[in-house]
Design a binder for this molecule. Structure first.
Ligand code: PEP
Ligand code: MN
Length: 347
């Protein structure tokens, strides 16, 4: 929440700013009219400091809260999101969400769903409508794939997530999934956000590869304003400069969204790195930064994958990844073991 600080006429602005910075607050001077003392705007991503404490800073006359531009996003802070049979965020243990880049056949998605369930995953991902860089690449099996995906998820008791690429496909996707995904390329496709928000299901909103946190949160506000019950923010890597990883995983914003804004946030280390050997270390880093879950790609036979094979985890790698996640307490309520011992986290 931004705050506005009105200064006394004789205040030394630089001293006040330095004092505020010492408290973990980032301020910006706003030009004042008619010789009035300047106002300082405290940026929303600053540390949360009680108003009373600010009022005692030398030179400060008055402090008040500025209206937020994303009130609906602010209101969903610290709340859990329903992802079908399971809850994400709001203090729940982090979720493993996994599946193939593209749903390629009924047998492929059933086999993958079995692998995801065995690894302790709770949500099955899979693309039915695929955004591809080349117009000649496989673009997904569309509605046919949605049917296979939801059948496989139901069979293994998993939640389902899949991407909506266009307004035309939105209703068909919504009928098959628990969470609708907006891909990185569509983060600011506002007409698509309006339609998808209006479907009344939670939305996982991937960050655009050059979007600021403010752009991203405003896109979330579009979804919530259109009727989405909640938005999960997904960091999937931004534009970097080094081709050794596919994108640049920005974990700083994960900590920011979680610990400063209280938002539901997940990380997609698969698209961020583009390499299966980096998925486990980046998952651990994401969980340490405060992520409520990760979304990863896996395939029964990665070498046969029709898209994103190099980043798809093999079955044994997915099982190992599952061991990085704590067991949900509800599953383990019979156990008399102390909580620490019930965590499967590998040190
Ligand atoms: C995906 O999750 O399959 C995908 C295409 O991701 P992104 O939008 O992050 O590129
Ligand atoms: Mn992919």
């Amino acid at each position: 929440m931004s705050m506005i600080v009105r200064l006394h006429a004789e205040a030394d602005v630089k001293c006040v700013q330095a004092e505020l910075q010492g408290l973990g607050l980032w301020s910006q001077m706003s030009v004042s009219a008619n010789g009035q003392p300047p106002l300082l705007i405290i940026k929303a991503h600053s540390r949360a400091v009680p108003l009373r404490q600010l009022q005692h800073v030398l030179g400060v006359a008055e402090v008040f809260q500025a209206p937020s531009e994303h009130q609906r996003v602010d209101q969903q802070a610290n709340q859990a999101v329903c992802c079908g049979p399971v809850q994400l965020g709001g203090g729940n243990v982090p979720l493993l969400m996994a599946g193939p880049c593209s749903v390629e056949s009924e047998s492929q998605i059933f086999r993958t769903a079995e692998m995801v369930a065995a690894a302790g995953g709770k949500v099955l991902r899979g693309g039915a409508f695929k955004p591809r860089t080349s117009p000649y690449s496989f673009k997904g099996h569309g509605e046919l794939a949605l049917g296979w995906l939801s059948k496989a998820a139901k069979h293994f008791g998993l939640g389902v997530i899949s991407e909506v690429m266009s307004e035309q496909d939105a209703e068909a996707v919504a009928a098959a999934v628990d969470v609708l995904q907006i891909g990185t390329r569509n983060m600011q496709n506002f007409s698509l956000l309006r339609v998808v928000g209006g479907l009344g299901k939670p939305v996982l909103l991937k960050r655009g590869t050059s979007a600021t946190v403010e752009d991203w949160m405003m896109a979330g506000e579009h979804l919530l304003a259109a009727g989405a019950p909640s938005v999960i923010f997904c960091e999937r890597g931004i534009m970097g400069f080094d081709p050794q990883t596919r994108s640049l995983l920005d974990l700083g914003v994960v900590a920011l969204l979680k610990h400063v804004y209280g938002q539901p946030v997940v990380v997609d280390p698969s698209h961020a790195t583009g390499r299966r050997d980096l998925i486990q270390p980046m998952t651990r880093a994401a969980l340490a930064a405060g992520a409520d879950g990760v979304l990863v790609e896996t395939h029964p036979e990665p070498s046969q994958s029709r898209s994103d094979g190099p980043q798809a985890l093999h079955e044994d790698e997915l099982l190992e990844l599952g061991r990085c996640f704590p067991i949900r307490l509800a599953e383990d309520s019979e156990s008399s073991a102390p909580r620490a011992a019930r965590l499967r986290s590998v040190p």
